[in-house]
Write a protein that binds this ligand. Structure first.
Ligand code: FAD
Ligand code: FES
Length: 286
């Protein structure tokens, strides 16, 4: 199976340093601090990307940040990004409205191994906003369900109010060909589901450790403990994929801002096979 994911060069047709204007067609409030923006290009007829890739989003007059694409790669007319408001640019994004314009550069980076995962069980393990870069994988699998074995999603959120895409999750839950397990760190309201860390669900999740591809995205500490649990279940390092985050400026491997060891996360990542990150990842401080 291929260890590295697809790179972006094949899909990148516009000048890599010039933001391309997109119009906001819809703003969806996902949670109290997270929105999804549905965007349409002024210039491009199609926006082609692979699940796991990201764009640089430019809020005019404020700044530019990397954000994963969270929509369906089958729909090349509608680009979707899900953003949590944490700082200057993402808070400015929160204030954008339908009809406003935003700049886009991309798509950039590597993709989740949706081809290499064919005929295998797929295990998606994600925490918080980490579900956004993995949602395109789910869309792809649902469009091509017969190509994959069991599909198991383990999703952890801080509280029930932090759970993304609630209506969609309910739809996925009602299917018989996907298993979704959700846990929260802290129960609020009338939550009757699991409480506790996501790693506690890995031991009893129904997948074949010898024939599965695990895709993991979340805070680094969560990914580290998740990998340990996967290894305990017998999943080999070659079958574990993770998505890394680093501060970015250029997004195309020129400035060195996102350097992690010998790798540039914008170009060589964000999706890595765990074997590529193992040495760096096991260090306490990164
Ligand atoms: C490849 C890639 C894909 C990404 N995809 C997404 C995505 O799909 N959705 C999304 O919401 N974010 C995503 N991010 C993270 C996003 O890029 C950052 O949250 C954003 O750059 C913050 O910029 P800012 O100007 O809003 O905050 P800044 O002004 O730069 O930061 C302000 C404060 O927020 C803190 N902060 C910054 N980033 C985060 C964070 N991620 N979590 C918590 N605190 C933070 C900083 O430490 C600082 O204290 C991705 C990052 C990368 C590298
Ligand atoms: S952001 Fe410039 S090299 Fe990665």
């Amino acid at each position: 199976m291929a260890k590295t994911a697809i790179t972006s060069s094949a899909t990148q047709s516009f000048s890599p340093l010039t933001p391309d204007p997109f119009i906001i067609r819809r703003v969806i409030k996902e949670t109290y601090d997270t929105i999804s923006l549905e965007l349409e290009s002024f210039n491009r007829t199609d926006f082609v990307f692979f699940p796991g890739q990201f764009n640089m989003l430019y809020v005019f007059g404020t700044g530019e940040v990397p954000i994963s694409i969270s929509g369906d790669s089958n729909n090349t007319k509608k680009l979707i990004h899900t953003t949590r408001a944490v700082g200057t640019v993402t808070k400015a994004m929160w204030n954008l409205k339908k009809g406003d314009c935003i700049g886009i550069r991309g798509p950039y980076g590597t993709a989740w191994p949706i081809q290499a995962g064919k005929s295998r069980d797929i295990l998606i393990i994600t925490g918080g906003i980490g579900l956004a870069p993995l949602r395109p994988v789910l869309y792809h699998i649902l469009h091509n369900r017969a190509d994959y074995g069991k599909v198991v999603i383990l999703y952890g959120a801080r509280t029930p109010e932090d759970i993304l895409y609630k209506k969609e999750i309910e739809k996925w839950r009602s299917r018989f060909d996907i298993e979704i397990y959700i846990t929260v760190d802290r129960a609020t309201g009338n939550w009757h589901g699991n409480i506790g860390v996501i790693t506690s669900m890995i031991g009893r999740a129904p997948f074949d450790p010898l024939n599965c591809t695990a895709m993991v995205c979340g805070p680094e500490i969560m990914m580290r403990f998740t990998i340990l649990e996967l290894q305990k279940r017998g999943v080999s390092d070659e079958n574990i994929f993770i998505s890394m985050e680093r501060n970015m400026k250029c997004g195309i491997g020129l400035c060195g801002h996102c350097q992690l060891g010998t790798s540039f996360v914008c170009k060589d990542g964000p999706v890595y096979n765990y074997t590529q990150m193992k040495d760096i990842f096991l260090k306490r401080e990164m």
